[in-house]
Design a protein around this ligand. Structure first.
Ligand code: AQP
Length: 344
C-alpha cells in the first residue's frame, strides 16, 4: 500500500502556508452507480474513512461522469442519493470530511475544458477504460467517454489534492491525471501538485465469479448493504478453487477468492486457509462462515443506511452544504488558472 506523505514539522514561511495546506488534501470520486459493493468498500471507501482523520478530505459523487453511461434522469437521481447514503453509512462523517455531488460545483467542467487544451487526444485514446467501454457500449461511444479522464483530473486538481484513494482499476487514470498536471505546469508554470494514488491492502477485489474484478456492470458483486438473505445468496454463489472437485480434495486457499476475503473479516484466516488446504473444511462451510461474517460486519452500516434512506432531506442537506463549502476553493483555483492562461 502506498503510504501517505507525512506533514513536515519544519516552520514554513507565510507564502508557503497555503501550498502546504493544499498538499495535505485528499480527494476521491465515486460513480453514482447505486449502492456500494464489497469491492468499493475494501478497495477504496475504507481508505476514504481512514484518511478523513489524517487529511482535509473531499469526496465527490461523480454524476457528470455517470452521464457517459446512464441516460435516465430518474435513475441517475436515485443512484446519486443511494451512493451518498452508502458512503455516509459506511463511515464518511460530514464533520470530518466534505461530501458533495460533482454537478453541484460547475467549476469542475470549466477546468476540464481548460485542461483539455493541454491533453493530446492520443493519451485519451489509449486509456484502458475507454477501450473497454468501446467494447461494452459500442452503440454509445459518446465524447464524454473519451474525455472522462480530463474531467477526472479537473475533479482532483481543482482542490489541489495530492492524495487520491482509489482501487487499482483507477491506477491508469491517476497516471493520466499526473501527466495532464505535468503538461499544464510545464506550459503555464507550477500550479498543481501531482496527485498520487493511495491503495488499500485489497486494491483489486475479485467478484463472485472469482476471476474478474467485482463490478456492478459484470453482475458479480456482493452488496454489503443489502438484506442478509441477498448477501448470503451472493456469497454462496461464489466460485472457489475450481480444481477442488470432491469434498476430500485438498484446496488451494491462495487461489480461492472466498479464503482470500476471509483475511478482512477475522483474525483466524490462516486457520481457515489451513482447513481448506488439508480438506478439514469444505468450500460450503467456508462460504457460510464468510457470509455470516460479512452480514455481521456490515449490520450497523446497513441500519444507518436504512435510516438515511428514510430521511433523504438529511442526505440532501449534507451534499448541499458540502458543495457550498467548496465554492471558494474551486473559484480561487479557476481564477488562478484563467489568469495563467491569459483569460484575464
Ligand atoms: N473490485 C474492486 N476492487 C477494488 N476497488 C474497486 N473499486 C471499484 N471496484 C473495485 C473502487 O471503488 C471506487 C469507486 O469505483 P467506481 O466509481 O468505478 O464505482 P462503481 O461504479 O461502483 O465501480 P464498478 O462496480 O466497477 O462500476 P462499473 O461496473 O459500472 O464500472 C474506485 O476507487 C474504484 O477503484
Amino acid at each position: 500500500m502506498t503510504s501517505p506523505a507525512q506533514p513536515s514539522t519544519a516552520p514554513a514561511p507565510a507564502e508557503a502556508v497555503a501550498a502546504a495546506a493544499t498538499s495535505m488534501r485528499t480527494f476521491s470520486g465515486i460513480q453514482p452507480s447505486g449502492v456500494a459493493h464489497l469491492g468499493n468498500d475494501l478497495g477504496a471507501i475504507r481508505n476514504y474513512v481512514r484518511l478523513q482523520d489524517e487529511y482535509e478530505a473531499i469526496y465527490c459523487i461523480v454524476d457528470y461522469h455517470a452521464l457517459t453511461s446512464t441516460h435516465d434522469p430518474e435513475v441517475l437521481r436515485a443512484r446519486t442519493r443511494d451512493m451518498a447514503a452508502s458512503l455516509l453509512a459506511l463511515g464518511l462523517d460530514p464533520e470530518r470530511c466534505t461530501l458533495f455531488v460533482q454537478s453541484h460545483r460547475p467549476e469542475h467542467t470549466e477546468l476540464a475544458w481548460l485542461l483539455a487544451t493541454v491533453t493530446p487526444v492520443s493519451w485519451l485514446e489509449r486509456t484502458p477504460t475507454y477501450k473497454e467501454k468501446r467494447e461494452s457500449q459500442p452503440d454509445d461511444i459518446n465524447h464524454g467517454l473519451l474525455t472522462y479522464p480530463v474531467l477526472q483530473a479537473a475533479d482532483i486538481v481543482i482542490y489541489k489534492a495530492s492524495l487520491v484513494p482509489v482501487g487499482r482499476d483507477q491506477a491508469a487514470h491517476l497516471e493520466l491525471s499526473r501527466e495532464i498536471v505535468r503538461a499544464f505546469n510545464n506550459r503555464y508554470g507550477q500550479t498543481f501538485p501531482e496527485p498520487q494514488a493511495v491503495f488499500t491492502d485489497a486494491p483489486t477485489v475479485l467478484g463472485t465469479d472469482g476471476v474478474r474484478k467485482m463490478s456492478k456492470s459484470l453482475g458479480n458483486t456482493i452488496d454489503i448493504l443489502a438484506e442478509p438473505e441477498l448477501i448470503r445468496r451472493q456469497v454462496m454463489s461464489m466460485v472457489t478453487d475450481t480444481q477442488r472437485i470432491l469434498r476430500t480434495d485438498p484446496g488451494r486457499p491462495e487461489v480461492c477468492n472466498v479464503c482470500q476475503l476471509h483475511r478482512f473479516f477475522g483474525l483466524d484466516y490462516l486457520e481457515i486457509q489451513d482447513g481448506e488446504r488439508t480438506a478439514r473444511t469444505g468450500c460450503v462451510d467456508t462460504k457460510k462462515l464468510l457470509a455470516d461474517r460479512i452480514i455481521r460486519h456490515y449490520a450497523p452500516a446497513r441500519e444507518r443506511y436504512l435510516e438515511l434512506q428514510a430521511h433523504p432531506e438529511q442526505v440532501a442537506g449534507i451534499l448541499e452544504e458540502g458543495a457550498d463549502g467548496l465554492r471558494p476553493v474551486a473559484e480561487a483555483t479557476l481564477a488562478e488558472v484563467r489568469e495563467k492562461m491569459g483569460l484575464r
